[in-house]
Design a protein around this ligand. Structure first.
Ligand code: URA
Length: 255
């Protein structure tokens, strides 16, 4: 080993000052064998200044492209029927796309299909659905004439649990496309889960109910009210729900 190379190794090892010449030479011989094929590391004082590799950024090619839902009603319905975008597809019987005229000025959004909806493939057909139909009738509205009804998820969460955030996110492109195609004048979200998921809020229903909100790129007006299943359990709140329905009626009538 040449003298200057050895001296450099010893400096790198910081042995040149405090080690005797013979010990240092022995260490240097061992080190020489190890580093023979590798570059000598920079002294510590220089290491901090060494260029840092840039963070690994996901290129657009590497990132998963956003899902684009079909932009026509028939294509959208087919895509929902065949959907496997979340785990709910494994336990559903039927997807529950939505029901009502495709030009309805009012869009009612619930949280997700229950057992009867899953069996029949139509939203709000169980006991809560019957109450919803009565509530809508009281303000001269129905799913056959002027209300479109959908849910934040199109497949039944097992055991009627709340839909999870990944399931709502996976289903969101379908709901967004329905809203875009329908162009409703007003969205009425029923219950805390539908309201919070739609508005990406954690506020309680008591705070969300009352004020008018807005949704999506079209800033569609949104009102929040009680879920009919909740009203079946808590009939004393039906009066407040009636207040909300009158607000819906006044909004749509332009009063
Ligand atoms: N509850 C909902 O939120 N949606 C339905 O379709 C049925 C019950």
């Amino acid at each position: 080993m040449e003298a200057h190379r050895r001296a450099r190794l010893l400096r790198v090892l910081e042995l040149d000052v405090w080690t005797t010449r013979s010990k240092a030479a022995a260490v240097a011989e061992v080190v020489e064998a190890v580093v023979a094929s590798a570059p000598i590391p920079a002294p510590r004082s220089l290491r901090a200044a060494a260029p840092v590799a840039p963070p690994l950024l996901l290129t657009p090619e590497a990132a998963e492209p956003p899902y684009i839902a079909p932009s026509d009603w028939a294509g959208l319905a087919e895509a929902v029927k065949a959907c496997t975008r979340c785990k709910l597809c494994k336990t559903r019987t039927n997807t529950v796309f939505g029901v009502g005229p495709q030009d309805a000025p009012l869009l009612v959004i619930g949280e997700g299909p229950g057992a009867e909806e899953d069996a029949r493939g139509e939203p709000f057909v169980g006991a809560a659905g019957k109450l919803l139909d009565e509530m809508l009738k009281s303000v001269d509205r129905s799913r056959s004439r002027n209300v479109y009804i959908a849910n934040v998820v199109k497949c039944r969460p097992p055991g009627n649990r709340d839909p999870e955030s990944d399931e709502v996110a996976a289903c969101r492109p379908f709901l967004d496309r329905q809203i875009e195609l329908l162009k409703p004048k007003l969205i009425l979200a029923l219950g805390r889960i539908a309201a919070q998921r739609l508005l990406s809020s954690t506020a309680p229903l008591s705070k969300l109910r009352g004020p008018q909100h807005a949704y999506g790129p079209a800033n569609t007006p949104v009102l929040i009210s009680y879920h009919p299943a909740y009203l079946l359990r808590t009939p004393s709140d039906k009066l407040k729900s009636w207040v909300d329905l009158k607000q819906v009626h006044r909004f749509l009538a332009g009063i």
